[in-house]
Design a protein around this ligand. Structure first.
Ligand code: MG
Ligand code: ZN
Length: 366
């Protein structure tokens, strides 16, 4: 015969167990609250050595250090072990592997739905900021659909009617000095845009009643070394201020476009300055996310450029000299840094197009 005390012990253990169990979902649901806003920061051509440069050539602790959740992506495209920026960005913006050169289209050249288009359907505001022409491969992949990245006038023509609410970058030549002589400024105003081609000035009417476009240079913004100043972080600030007026949330993509160009030029100081500038943007995004608490920040790159390494200078282990193995892109895995609700999903090693799906799975506007 069993002692009744055993039953009491068993019962209390069971109650304890149930209590523990009932606590657990609470903790889980707290952890997996869907972010309202998503900020995706892309350092074009920014591999681990480019990132590392900010730890050796900066004055302050790089903002990269503020991330707890870090992963790696495999960046191959549908038709290349090494991707270009078009296929690389389309992997992020549409969740597919496509051919090098493709902007928002799949390997059959058919348009695929973009993150910004999905967001807009749910009344989420969207923004794109870059230091290249906004018609360049990376920014274009977030609003346009063309067979090849070189169709920049076609990409420009698609922008005013796209889902984008806030855009800042360069590229007036593609909008206002076109071979077909169509002046796109009428199209911008017809679509409710306030257009500024002179400076990053906060318009008087900064409400969501209007969309906003800053196109501030003919082809691309100047290099940092040529006096670009804090365009990228100021445009990001302005974008955040504008987009955050939407109570439903926002999606913002910011590209440090010229890190890639430093790599193609095999110019280490170009890379270092552009990465440092990009790091300031990371700071802006993280400060915003820390203050607001409902924002997922993801920092990554489409691929590495230059086969850049921080090698010793002539064997001197106390002196670093950037060196290169190519003037093109490389196939190395690329770091992903994530912060905020949903950031834990970005740990591990996965394909570049999984970023799209991880964002989709984190937000509740899918
Ligand atoms: Mg780019
Ligand atoms: Zn490149």
């Amino acid at each position: 015969m069993k002692h009744p005390l055993l039953d009491i012990i068993a019962l209390s253990l069971l109650v304890l167990f149930i209590n523990c169990k009932s606590q657990r979902p609470l903790v889980n649901s707290e952890k997996s609250i869907a972010p309202k806003n998503v900020i995706l920061l892309i350092g074009d051509g920014m591999g681990l050595s480019q990132i590392s440069s900010s730890f050796y050539f900066g004055n302050t602790n790089p903002n990269f250090e503020r991330f707890k959740h870090i992963g790696l992506i495999k960046t191959s495209s549908q038709n290349g072990l090494i991707t270009d920026s078009a296929a690389g960005a389309t992997a992020f913006s549409a969740g597919i592997k496509t051919y090098n050169g493709a902007i928002g289209v799949d390997s059959d050249t058919l348009a695929v739905e973009l993150l910004t288009e999905i967001a807009a359907k749910k009344f989420i505001s969207t923004g794109v900021v870059s230091t290249s022409s906004v018609t360049h491969a990376t920014p274009a992949s977030f609003y346009a659909h063309v067979r090849f990245r070189s169709q920049e006038e076609e990409i420009a023509a698609q922008l005013p009617r796209s889902s984008i609410d806030f855009i800042a970058g360069a590229g007036t030549d593609y909008f206002f000095k076109r071979k077909d002589h169509i002046n796109l400024s009428t199209m911008f105003s017809n679509q409710g845009f306030i257009l500024d081609t002179l400076a990053l000035n906060r318009p008087k009417d900064f409400s969501l009643e209007h969309k906003i476009a800053f196109l501030l240079a003919p082809n691309h913004m100047p290099k940092m070394s040529e006096g670009r100043g804090h365009f990228l972080s100021k445009a990001t600030q302005l974008g955040l201020e504008y987009l955050s007026q939407n109570e439903n949330g926002f999606f913002l993509m910011v590209e440090g476009s010229q890190i890639d160009w430093g790599g193609h030029n095999n110019d280490s100081s170009y890379i270092i300055e552009e990465v440092r500038d990009f790091d300031r943007v990371i700071g802006e995004a993280l400060d915003y996310a820390q203050k607001e608490g409902n924002t997922l920040v993801i920092v990554t790159a489409d691929h590495e450029t230059g086969g850049y390494t921080l090698a010793s200078d002539k064997g001197n282990y106390n002196k670093i000299k950037g060196s290169f193995s190519t003037t093109g892109h490389s196939a190395t895995l690329i770091p992903v840094f994530a912060f905020g609700p949903g950031s834990e999903n970005f740990q591990g090693i996965y394909e570049n197009n999984a970023i799209f799906h991880k964002i989709q799975n984190s937000v509740n506007w899918k």
